[in-house]
Design a protein around this ligand. Structure first.
Ligand SMILES: *[C@@H]1O[C@H](CO)[C@@H](O)[C@H](O)[C@H]1NC(C)=O
Length: 224
């Protein structure tokens, strides 16, 4: 008896200590997102499986270059659960990223996804920074050419910059149906309402004037 209780506790302890770094696993074959549902759940409500069609698992358009005529010179076209409802509960999505010469996908994080990037055209200088540690924040960078693949671990700040003389194109696969994006500059200097300039001046160890200048800029994102 005592032995079986000990075993039960061991199993319970193990089960409750399990951590899931990615999206939770599906509990059924198909849970096509009903993007019109008014109920809020973790993910999106499933549409009636009898009404599911092949189109729910299909998206067309990633052959089209994104418009990079903006101050960053880059454009992300996400294919997430909003535009591909069949992704719901599957823990995966994809995006096309276009870069003009000198185009930058600025430092950002995906709070819910690891990203694996494949360069289709051009030359990108890419990198990510590790979280705080005793050695500080370590930067890992690489120059990528056509056919090269690079992985950006979940949650870490990363960027991609076109250092070639022509346009560049990459495909990013992400380990979430809804990876989320936090663009560092926008989140810090462009929040609404703004973060107190006193707080930011102290955090960045600069004069409040520098913060006010940064806060008065237009912080665009490159994926809408
Ligand atoms: C989902 O994809 C659409 C279409 O590409 C995009 O407009 C939207 O910003 C994406 N949503 C998120 C949360 O990234």
């Amino acid at each position: 008896m005592a032995y079986s209780y000990a075993l039960l506790f061991a199993i319970l302890a193990l089960a409750s200590s399990q951590a899931f770094a990615g999206d939770p696993s599906p509990l059924q074959d198909l849970c096509v997102a009903d993007n019109k549902a008014k109920v809020f759940v973790n993910g999106v409500v499933c549409k009636d499986p009898k009404k599911v069609k092949a189109e729910d698992f299909f998206f067309s358009g990633l052959h089209k270059p994104g418009n990079t005529a903006n101050p960053l010179g880059s454009k992300v076209t996400p294919v997430n659960v909003t535009v591909l409802p069949g992704l719901n509960t599957l823990g995966i999505s994809v995006a096309r990223i276009d870069f003009a010469p000198n185009g930058l996908n600025p430092p950002h994080t995906h709070p819910r996804a690891t990203e694996i990037l494949t360069v289709l055209e051009g030359t990108l200088y890419v990198g990510f920074v590790t979280s705080n540690s005793n050695d500080g924040n370590k930067l890992f960078t690489k120059v990528l050419n056509k056919g090269d693949v690079f992985v950006f671990p979940v949650g870490l700040v990363h960027f991609q910059f076109n250092i070639g003389h022509s346009n560049a194109v990459a495909i990013a696969a992400l380990s979430s149906q809804n990876p989320g994006v936090v663009t560092i500059a926008n989140a810090v200097f462009g929040s609404k309402p703004p973060i107190s300039d006193y707080v930011l001046a102290k955090a960045f160890q600069v004069d409040k004037k520098v913060i006010n200048y940064l806060q008065s800029q237009f912080w665009m994102d490159n994926y809408n």
